[in-house]
Structure formats: C-alpha cells, structure tokens
Design a binder for this molecule. Structure first.
Ligand code: 5MM
Length: 337
C-alpha cells in the first residue's frame, strides 16, 4: 500500500468530528468488567456484548473506527456476518489490537514491557485478510517514586516503533498507544514530565524505524494528576497542560491524536477533550479526538447486565456517550453539574 493510501485511511479515522471506539479489551479485561455485574464470563457473552455494540443504530454518525480483539474478529453476528464485515457495512473502519499484553519487565520491578513482536508480520497479514485496516499496540508506563525508569520507557518506545513499522509494511495504520497510568498520588506536573519524556522517546524511536508519521495515529493519555493526588486541577488546566505537552513533543506531521480515557470518569474525560478543542482546535497541527473504551461503553454495559431485554436501553446509552464525545471533538460538550 502506498503512503498516500495510508494517509487517506488515517485521515478517515479522525475526520468529520468522529472518533474511535476501543472495544478491544482482552479476555481477562473483559471478564474483569463483567464480573462485578454478574455477567457470565464466556466466549458467547463476550460475543453477544460486542454484537449489540456494533449493531447500535446510528453509531457511525460519531464513530469512524472500532478496535476489535482477536477473539472478536474471529466471531460472527447472530446472522453469520463476521464482526469486521459488520463494522464495514455499518460505515465503521475495523481495526485490531495486536499486542500480546504488558508483562512484568525483567530487572525492572513494578514496570511492564508489552510483548507481541514475534510473528507479528504473519498476524498482521492474517488480520488484513480478515478486513482490518488499522492496528493498535498499548505500552504502559507506571508512575511512582523512582519510576518510570529510562530502561522501561526506551524498551516500550522501541517495541512501539517496531510494531508501527510492521503495520505500515502490511498496509495497516498503526495506532501507537503509550499510556502513562493514572494510578498513584503523583501531581499533574509529574504526569506532564513523564508524558513528555515518554512521547519524546517514542517519536525518537519512530523516526529511527522509518515510520511515516502521516500514516499513524497517536493514542496518548491526557495529562492528569494521579487518582490519589489530593489536588485535582480544573478541566481547563488539564486541557492547557495536555495541549502544551503535546505541542512540545508530537511532530506536526502525525495524522491525528486520539486520547484514551484511562479510567477517568466518563463525563470528565469528555469535558477535558472538549476544553482542549474549544480552546485550541484552530491552532493545532493535528485533530484531537477520542479512542475511548470505558468512557463510551461502561455505563451501557452496566445497563445491559448480560440480559437480552436490556439491549435497546444499553444501545441508547452507548449512542448517547458516543454523541457526547463527538460534541467534545467539536469543543461543544458541557458536563452536567
Ligand atoms: C487504556 O486502554 C485503552 C483505552 O481504554 P480506556 O478508554 O478505557 O482507557 C484500551 O484500548 C485498552 O488498550 C484495551 O481495552 C485493551 O486493554 P487490555 O488491558 O485488555 O489489553
């Protein structure tokens, strides 16, 4: 695939005030979301969950692309349509999570390295045949006293860059997701410093691996204080600090930026994205959008509870969370007070 085609797909993923739906929870994570709601943790319930999500009427008004998990891309809707085809039919670009998860990093207590590079070229070719047009790989960076280490940041950045190069070779858009975690009591300023160092390293490695920045999407964390930090800055301060951090380290050529929500309250994630767009959108080199999982799905999941009779109400809530985030993409979302 030519660079021009990669760029066109990347653009389609962030155009028209739409964003991405991350429905790519691995089996353990999906089961973790089901457990407190008493939903059976089986391949069939995970399939049924994903089926009502992708068949939500009108979802493509707000969602340009959806990230699937390996189990889901191999499953079918009740009528036999494979998930990737169902998304394409609905006007949503199908994508696939391709990392093999973050595992404890040798010699680096408390830190993780994302695995999955071995055999990735063959897996990407298979996913492409199944209809995926983009991929996603997540690295996690923990913040604590003495963490993150330089070794953890560099190893994860290097893996992200090698993954991204393989994706572009296969004609898939890489979503590059280095997530600085919210766990801990660190300050907003500490998150800014760690996010800046991480992204700096990621773009250094992407350059080294020859990745075409126009044909990729960055999926970063917002710059936020740790969940346990006593001082939680107002929405506008988070928006300003996040944008300032990105402007310092993200090259203008990057196709788009689609934030993860990272466990923020759903409405707060939307409000922060909205403030960034309201205050800066006409002055930024890249579109700022969303690639949320929990901030779109969680409230709907809590309504569904695994019961068929709850599907219409759950779909309505999913639709409305997707619309809220489209509004945030425009800078027009206001959190109810
Ligand atoms: C950070 O997680 C990503 C975005 O989700 P949130 O908006 O809820 O933070 C998400 O795409 C994540 O990478 C997937 O859910 C897969 O996570 P696991 O832990 O199952 O690999």
């Amino acid at each position: 695939m030519s660079l021009k085609e990669l760029v066109e797909t990347a653009r389609a993923m962030v155009d028209n005030n739409k964003g991405l739906l991350a429905m790519d929870e691995s089996t353990p994570t999906c089961n973790k979301r089901f457990a407190p709601l008493g939903i059976p943790q089986t391949p069939e319930t995970r399939r049924a969950y994903r089926e009502w999500i992708v068949t939500t009427p009108g979802l493509s008004e707000f969602i340009s692309g959806a990230i699937l998990y390996d189990e889901t891309i191999r499953q079918h809707l009740g009528d036999g349509t494979p998930f990737a085809e169902a998304l394409s039919n609905a006007g949503i670009i199908p994508g696939i999570k391709v990392d093999a998860g973050a595992k404890p990093m040798a010699g680096h207590p408390g830190e993780k390295i994302t695995e999955g590079l071995d055999g990735l070229r063959d897996r990407l070719a298979e996913y492409s045949l199944m209809g995926a047009r983009f991929a996603k790989w997540r690295a996690v960076i923990a913040v604590a006293e003495g963490l993150p280490s330089r070794g953890c940041i560099e190893a994860n950045a290097h893996a992200l860059a090698r993954y991204a190069a393989l994706c572009q070779e296969a004609g898939l858009i890489p979503i590059v997701e280095p997530e600085v975690l919210m766990d801990g009591d660190h300050t907003l300023e500490r998150c800014r410093a760690v996010t800046e160092e991480t992204l700096h390293s990621v773009f250094h490695q992407l350059y080294g691996q020859g990745v075409a920045l126009e044909g990729m999407i960055l999926k970063p964390n917002m710059v936020v204080p740790g969940l346990g930090c006593p001082r939680q800055e107002p929405v506008e301060e988070v928006a300003d600090t996040t944008v300032q951090c990105l402007l310092r380290v993200v090259p203008a050529a990057v196709g788009g930026i689609a934030f993860l929500s990272g466990g923020q309250p759903a409405e707060l994630a939307s409000a922060r994205l909205s403030a960034m767009n309201a205050r800066f959108r006409h002055r930024l080199p890249w579109p700022l959008t969303f690639s949320f999982a929990r901030a779109i799905q969680q409230s709907a999941l809590e309504i569904w509870k695994g019961e068929e009779r709850n599907v219409p109400a759950a779909q309505q809530t999913l639709f409305s969370r997707a619309r809220d985030n489209r509004d945030a993409r425009r800078g027009e979302y206001r959190m109810a007070v």
